[in-house]
Design a protein around this ligand. Structure first.
Ligand code: SAM
Length: 331
C-alpha cells in the first residue's frame, strides 16, 4: 500500500554539489538513496546509466574550473518513472568572489594583516625603502595596512570589485598604491617592478590548480624580487608521509584548499635562484602572533587552515596543514 501511495504522488528536486570526479561513487549512492526515498528505486541497469552520465558531467565541470558544481534535477510525474537531468555549472575565481561580495557579511577575510606578513615587513627599519607586491590582495587587508605603514605597495588582483574597494580606501586615506587588475598568470610581468623586497600571496596559492603554476610563481619571484628579497605565501602541504590521491586533490580544490606535496614544491623551485628560509604552521603562527583580539581572523579560518574543510577529522589526524613558506632570492 505504501508503494502504491507513492506511485500516485509527484515529487521533484534539485541537488547542487561541487564537482569531484574522483568521488563518483558517492554521487551515485546519494542519487540512488534519494530516488528510492521518493518511490523510484533504480535497477542496476538504471544506476549504471546514471553513473555514466554523472561521470561525464563531473569531469566536464571539474575541468572547467575548481569552482564548479553539478546540478542534478529530478522529477517523478504521477504514474511515470523518475526522470533526471544533470548539468555542469562552473564559475571563475573572479565570479566566485563577486558572489562572496554579494552574499557575505564583511570583513570577508578578517580585518588585521597576517602576522607572518607583518613580521617580515616589520624587519625593514625604513618602510619607504622596502617595497611590496601583494598578489591576490582581496579587500586589501594586508596591502592597505602595509601602505599605511609607509611601504610602497603594488597589488595584482583578478576581481575588479576588490580592486575598486582598495582604490577607494587608498584614495580616501591618500595612500599611493599601484593597482593592477588581472589574473597573475594571464600576461607577462612587464607591468611589475623588478626590485620588490617582499612578494606576498596570502590565501591565494590554495586557488592554484597545478604545480606548473607554482613554477610560474617562482619564476615571477625570481624576475621581480630584488637580490635578498623574499617571497612569502601560505599553501596546503601534505604531511611528509602522505601522498594525496586524485580525489583528495580534487576535493581540496573545491574547498579552496589545493594541496601540494613537499616533493612538488621542491621540484617547482629547483631551477630558480630562491632558497627556502622558513616553513611554519599557519594555525600556530597566526594564533600565537596576531595581536589581542585578532585571532581567529574569521569564523571559518581555524578549521580551513588545519585541513578540516577537506577531512572531517580532528586537527591532529588531518594529513594536510596550511603552512607559511618563505623563500629568499639569492643575492
Ligand atoms: C581568499 S582571497 C584572499 C585575499 C587576501 N589575500 C587576504 O588574505 O585577505 C583570495 C584572493 O586571491 C585572488 N586571486 C585568486 N587567484 C588569482 C589570480 N590567479 N590572479 C590574481 N588574483 C587572484 C582572488 O580574487 C581573491 O581576492
Amino acid at each position: 500500500m505504501a508503494r502504491r501511495l507513492l506511485r500516485r504522488g509527484e515529487a521533484r528536486g534539485e541537488i547542487v554539489i561541487p564537482a569531484v570526479p574522483g568521488m563518483l561513487d558517492e554521487y551515485v549512492q546519494m542519487c540512488s538513496k534519494v530516488f528510492a526515498t521518493v518511490g523510484s528505486p533504480f535497477t542496476p541497469e538504471q544506476l549504471a546509466h546514471l553513473r555514466t552520465a554523472l561521470e561525464s558531467q563531473l569531469t566536464q565541470a571539474y575541468q572547467a574550473t575548481q569552482r564548479s558544481d553539478i546540478i542534478i534535477s529530478w522529477h517523478t510525474p504521477v504514474g511515470t518513472a523518475l526522470n533526471y537531468h544533470i548539468q555542469p555549472r562552473a564559475k571563475t575565481i573572479a565570479e566566485t568572489y563577486d558572489d562572496w561580495i554579494a552574499t557575505r557579511e564583511p570583513p570577508l577575510f578578517g580585518t588585521q594583516p597576517d602576522a607572518r606578513v607583518w613580521d617580515l615587513a616589520s624587519e625593514a627599519t625604513d618602510p619607504k625603502q622596502f617595497s611590496i607586491l601583494d598578489i591576490g590582495a582581496g579587500t586589501g587587508r594586508n596591502a592597505l595596512a602595509l601602505a599605511r605603514r609607509g611601504h610602497p605597495v603594488d597589488v595584482v588582483e583578478v576581481n575588479e570589485k576588490f580592486v575598486d574597494m582598495i582604490r577607494q580606501e587608498a584614495s580616501r586615506e591618500r595612500l599611493r598604491m599601484g593597482l593592477i587588475q588581472r589574473d597573475v598568470f594571464a600576461t607577462s610581468t612587464e607591468d611589475l617592478d623588478d626590485d620588490y623586497d617582499l612578494i606576498l600571496l596570502s590565501e591565494v596559492v590554495p586557488e592554484f590548480r597545478t604545480a606548473d603554476q607554482l613554477r610560474t610563481l617562482f619564476q615571477l619571484a625570481s624576475d621581480c624580487l630584488a637580490p635578498g628579497g623574499r617571497l612569502v605565501f601560505n599553501t596546503f602541504m601534505a604531511a611528509h608521509n602522505y601522498t594525496p590521491d586524485e580525489s583528495v586533490i580534487q576535493l581540496g580544490e573545491q574547498m579552496y584548499s589545493r594541496i601540494f606535496t613537499y616533493a612538488e614544491m621542491a621540484a617547482a623551485v629547483a631551477d630558480f635562484p630562491l632558497e627556502q628560509v622558513s616553513d611554519d604552521s599557519v594555525y600556530d603562527y597566526e594564533s600565537t602572533h596576531l595581536p589581542e583580539g585578532g585571532w581567529p581572523p574569521t569564523g571559518w579560518y581555524p578549521e580551513w587552515v588545519t585541513g578540516q574543510d577537506v577531512f572531517a577529522l580532528p586537527r591532529e589526524l588531518c594529513p594536510i596543514d596550511m603552512r607559511w613558506l618563505v623563500y629568499r632570492k639569492q643575492a
